[in-house]
Design a protein around this ligand. Structure first.
Ligand code: F6R
Length: 608
């Protein structure tokens, strides 16, 4: 939520900052702004709307400076107005900053400073920080920031410039992501490492309670008491080409199409001769694995649905006792968590505040913790340590797609590996399932070949009032994911239910304007799901069926069939998700929605 960028060097700062902000836009896009130091004074330019609107304004006004900071906003405190847009400047014009996070005691600080006669100009929580800094600043940036960190509470990544410091800016982190880079005579900071890939791939991920001074010469790191320390860089294994949209109309479409490759890469090095081996990444012994009596999967949104799939697959592989919980709830549950618990946290971004806090709780209770993330070096990765990193590459579209496929791939491998270490999985079923997994990428490509069919069906239904998604067994979690994708990017109400649950209430909503997307793979639950389809048809709901190739009978129930290749029943979620992603994509496109940046959403949810 919110993207921030800072630059000092010999290039035009507004150009670098605007380009960096554009890469951060998925984190927030309701307003944007840049501040620079020019001729010993702070100057700024802000606008509501997108970074491209800010770029227009910069161009029209010829706004420029010596170095600067920028921000793209996802409003938390205060409406979407130019006045509330960052950067914010202290009333005495001495300090300017951008902020990602929430300052929890902002009201208290504001009251205190207003009582001292300082005038506030915005409705934001951020202004309390900049006014406080202005108030305590006496020419020593580090000293003022140390005081600030002791006064404010909450989550914050701040980038700060002082009017009389013409060769440096400062960054501060507690709870919100921030990464720093340096190359030649240029210093950078950003919320997201993808914004730095063009300049350097060796970066410093700021830790909590850490601040840094960035100059043309280099970066110095300090703790919140102002004591300097050494810090190691981390090498990023992404490159800047991965962040381009290529020939695709949207990042989401590009990322949907990348899934066969992403899945192949995820399997690479983790399977050989149809056997799973995760020993290079996890030094677990059979005794340890047997000692974890409880498995807790904790995640949010799409990542949570990935864990639901993993849990159901794992239950078919061994005698596991599994809970899957939404991270924002896990934290407040009164359930036993201890050394006999393996808690697995799944987060694409590795920055989701709810998941991070849940992980901290599990660690504090002595659980063994493991992270599945797509971002090496992300906060949750650094804090938990043990991790399986999905090699999906940067995901820019706000709606998660390829990282979901990577997550369910790696989670399935993890389930197989654990069942094997526990002695519950025999070689033959292992070989069968791994073999079937390795066949999936080719099947995903075959589904992508049907894009035109899916597009046409989506166009036919783009004016529907809403949608139900139904499925049974392993078809239910992908139904949840399909409904989430649709509501996120098309703004249509979409609800997923276990097919058998419809008759217990939701069926009351069905009529001819409410289509039902039925996930109905061939298998032992086919007939039961067909009964639920019949019940929906009796209420005049049009049916869109996701069915197995060769299933001719389904045509009696639906004129809108998307066929998927047959696979092992456990692996149906892999197959089901691409048609659902494409369906959501084309419904949203037909409705003229902003697919890569849906309203009210941000890709990385760093507030609780
Ligand atoms: C949906 C989506 C969100 C995320 C959720 C968790 O398309 O992207 O529901 O899945 O915010 O994000 P991560 O996985 O980064 O923790």
């Amino acid at each position: 939520m919110c993207g921030i960028m800072g630059y000092i060097g010999d290039s035009e700062p507004t150009k670098i900052i605007l380009e960096g902000l554009a890469k951060h836009e998925y984190r927030g896009y309701d307003s944007a702004g840049i501040a620079v130091i020019k001729d010993g004074a702070i100057q700024e330019i802000r606008t509501t709307g997108r970074v491209c609107q800010l770029a227009e304004k910069v161009k029209e006004t010829g706004f420029t400076g010596e170095f600067g900071i920028g921000h793209t906003r996802w409003a938390t405190h205060g409406g979407v107005t130019e006045n509330n847009a960052h950067p914010h400047i202290s009333s005495d014009d001495k300090v300017v900053l951008v902020h990602n996070g929430i300052i929890e005691n902002a009201r208290e600080i504001r009251a205190e400073l207003e009582a001292k006669g300082i005038k506030f100009h915005t409705e934001t929580d951020t202004e309390s920080a900049v006014q406080y800094l202005g108030y305590v600043y006496d020419g020593d940036p580090k000293g003022a920031i140390v005081k600030l960190t002791k006064r404010i509470r909450g989550a914050f990544a701040l980038v700060i410039m002082f009017y009389d410091k013409n060769e440096e800016f400062w960054v501060v982190r507690k709870g919100s992501p921030l990464v720093v880079g340096h190359a030649g005579h240029e210093g950078f900071c950003a919320s997201d490492p993808t914004a730095l890939l063009e300049y350097t791939r060796d970066v410093w991920f700021m830790d909590d309670d850490e601040m840094a001074q960035i100059t043309r010469e280099g970066c110095k790191f300090f703790d919140f008491n102002g004591v300097e320390h050494e810090k190691k860089t981390m090498h990023l294994d992404w490159d800047s080409a991965m962040t381009s949209r290529g020939e695709y109309a949207h990042f989401m479409l590009k990322e949907i199409h990348e899934q066969p490759d992403v899945m192949t890469h995820t399997l690479l090095g983790r399977v050989a001769n149809n056997e799973v081996d995760l020993s290079r990444e996890l030094d677990w012994t059979p005794e340890q694995v047997k000692g974890w009596k409880k498995i807790h999967f904790v995640a949010c949104g799409t990542s949570h649905y990935a864990t639901m799939i993993a849990a159901r697959i794992m239950e078919t592989l061994g005698n596991f006792e599994i809970r899957t919980e939404v991270a924002s709830e896990y934290r407040y549950m009164n359930i036993p968590i201890g050394p006999d618990t393996l808690a697995i946290f799944v987060s694409q971004s590795g920055e989701t505040a709810d998941t991070l806090h849940a992980a901290r709780l599990a660690m504090s209770k002595g659980a063994k913790c493991l992270v599945i993330t797509n971002v090496r070096g992300s906060t949750i990765h650094r804090e938990v340590g043990d991790a399986l990193v999905t090699p999906a590459g940067p995901e820019i579209g706000v709606a998660a797609t390829k990282t979901f496929t990577a997550q369910i791939t790696i989670l399935t491998l993890l389930g197989l590996y654990m069942a094997k270490l526990r002695g519950e999985l025999l070689p033959e079923p292992e070989k069968n399932l791994v073999g079937a997994l390795m066949d999936i990428p080719a099947k995903l490509s075959r589904i992508l070949d049907q894009e035109k069919v899916i597009e046409q069906i989506a166009r036919n239904f783009a004016d529907a009032r809403g949608f139900f998604f139904i499925g049974r067994g392993l078809a239910y979690p992908p139904a949840l994911e399909g409904a989430l994708k649709l509501k996120e990017i098309s703004y249509l109400h979409a609800e997923a239910y276990p097919a058998g649950e419809m008759k217990h209430g939701p069926i009351a909503l069905l009529d001819k304007e409410l289509p039902v997307v039925a996930l109905v793979p061939k298998g032992f639950l086919w007939e039961k799901t067909i009964s639920n389809i019949e019940e929906s048809m009796a209420r005049k709901s049009p049916i869109i069926a996701i069915a197995t190739e060769g299933d001719e009978e389904i045509k009696h129930y639906s004129e809108n069939v998307i066929y998927t290749p047959a696979t092992e029943p456990e692996l149906f979620p892999f197959i089901a998700v691409i048609p659902l992603q494409l369906f959501a994509y084309y419904v949203a496109r037909q409705r003229g929605c902003d697919i890569d940046m849906p309203r009210n959403l941000a890709k990385s949810v760093t507030v609780e």
